[in-house]
Design a protein around this ligand. Structure first.
Ligand code: NAP
Ligand code: MG
Length: 419
């Protein structure tokens, strides 16, 4: 073993946000097996597990998000968003808000979701032409998520009225003269939020050295969507064009329906920025087509360049209940490992500590190598391509799922060999 006995040093701590259920178990296993033996880990630890959120009346979530703003890089474990059933299960005094929602509001960020691709021959995306990852950048503010809706009960006039802060009515327009019952919706967005979204997208694309696509329906929505398009174009022209051209990258605006058709025909390898609802829908489409939620990473990027890394999936509750009964589970830790490696790499970049970036690269490589060596958790077995399974069969082998613990130990073996 060529392993260097000296641990890699860190300058600035990461903000570490622990979470719930199966992912909390994986979190500790990942740290013990893959991080602590190799890195002199410095973190500012916040326990966002539901019991601690209850104990602190959710203050811990706000403190963690503020620490992330301050230190610039955070790594987060999946957490329970309480619903009525969870209020009973955890005897909560209140139905605490989604931690991700709280953190997003404080960091004012854009969420980027990207698939982890192990081997395109082993796991064929459902869209045959896709060869490289497609990252979805979802604007996580406003639109229908903050809309005011009305179930129109009878005939009558619906109007759009604007009154300025001086109390003057400056705009009034008939939306529709209803002759029968119907539905009505008023949604909004803010220039400041659209600008933040645009900056986060351009920065992220430069960061990962990929083209940026943006799509709306501006031909139909001549004020609302058009405003998004114009703000993106203005910010691109004035602040990012030179950098994009220097790196040979492209900013590409097109109508959303045209974009959908092009995405399906593409090879992938770009960032696709989308309005809130479009991003919600398209990220599920893209992650399903690439294979598995357990192989999707997610990073929240604020307009001033603060980063929070996490897995795109939840706390994998059903596996946790089996774990509590003493069963060994085969839960896939890849997205959580990549949240750690993403955060460590970013910390290394910001602090100018290349050894940390190098470690992150090697951790990812060892994790991918484990899978391409045919060692994987149960969820991935079902996604193997027919060609791969035929090849394995021809060699007289089978692919059997391993437990999370075995999977992590196999990654560790490969990681040690590469250090
Ligand atoms: P989930 O935890 O993502 O799990 C849904 C199903 O997807 C699992 O039952 C499992 O399928 C499969 N799966 C997800 N991740 C996997 C992994 N790493 N390895 C193997 N299989 C995996 O979603 P959920 O059940 O809807 O939500 C559970 C809890 O997570 C909820 O309390 C929710 O509030 C929370 N949540 C948190 C976040 C976050 O913190 N970012 C995001 C989403 C949900 P099988 O059971 O078929 O194996
Ligand atoms: Mg969705």
């Amino acid at each position: 073993m060529s392993m260097n006995t000296e641990k890699i040093q860190m300058k600035t701590p990461l903000v570490e946000m622990d979470g719930d259920e199966m992912t909390r178990i994986l979190w500790q296993m990942i740290k013990d097996e893959l991080i602590l033996p190799f890195v002199e880990l410095k973190t500012l630890y916040f326990d966002l597990g539901l019991p601690e959120r209850e104990r602190t009346k959710d203050a811990v979530t706000v403190e963690a998000a503020e620490a992330a703003r301050e230190l610039g890089v955070a790594v987060k474990c999946a957490t329970i968003t309480p619903n009525r059933q969870r209020v009973e299960e955890y005897k909560l005094s209140e139905m605490w808000k989604s931690p991700n929602g709280t953190i997003r509001a404080i960091m004012d960020g854009t969420v980027f979701r990207a698939p982890i691709l192990a081997d395109m021959e082993m796991f064929r995306p459902l869209v045959r032409g896709w060869k490289k990852p497609i990252t979805i950048a979802r604007h996580a503010y406003g639109d229908i998520y903050k809309a005011t809706e009305y179930r129109v009960p009878e005939a009558g006039r619906a109007e759009l009225v604007f009154t300025n802060t001086d109390g003057q009515e400056t705009y009034r327009q008939t939306v529709y003269d209803f002759e029968c019952p119907g539905v009505l919706q008023g949604s909004y967005n803010k220039d400041s939020s659209i600008r933040s979204f645009a900056h986060a997208c351009f920065r992220y694309a430069l960061d990962v050295r990929q083209d940026l696509w943006f799509s709306t329906k501006d031909t139909i929505s001549k004020q609302y969507d058009q405003t998004f398009k114009l703000i993106f174009q203005e910010i691109y022209d004035t602040e990012y064009k030179a950098d994009f051209e220097r790196l040979g990258l492209r900013y590409f605006y097109t109508l959303i329906d045209d974009a959908v058709a092009r995405v399906i025909r593409s090879e992938g390898g770009f960032v696709w920025a989308l309005k809130n609802y479009d991003g919600d829908v398209m990220s599920d489409m893209v992650s399903t087509a690439f294979g598995s939620l357990a192989m999707m990473t997610s990073v929240l990027v604020s307009p001033d360049g603060k980063y929070e890394y996490e897995a795109a999936h939840g706390t994998v509750t059903q596996h946790y209940y089996r774990y509590l009964k003493g069963a060994e589970t085969s839960t896939n830790p890849m997205a959580t490992i990549f949240a750690w490696s993403g955060a460590l790499r970013k910390r290394g970049e910001l602090d100018g500590t290349p050894a940390l970036c190098d470690f992150a690269d090697k951790l990812e490589a060892a994790s991918l190598k484990t899978i391409t060596d045919g060692i994987m958790t149960k969820d991935l077995i079902g996604l193997l391509s027919e060609d791969y399974l035929k090849k394995v069969q021809a060699e007289g082998r089978t692919v059997e799922p391993v437990t999370s613990a075995v999977f992590l130990s196999m990654i560790r073996r490969r990681l040690e060999a590469s250090l």
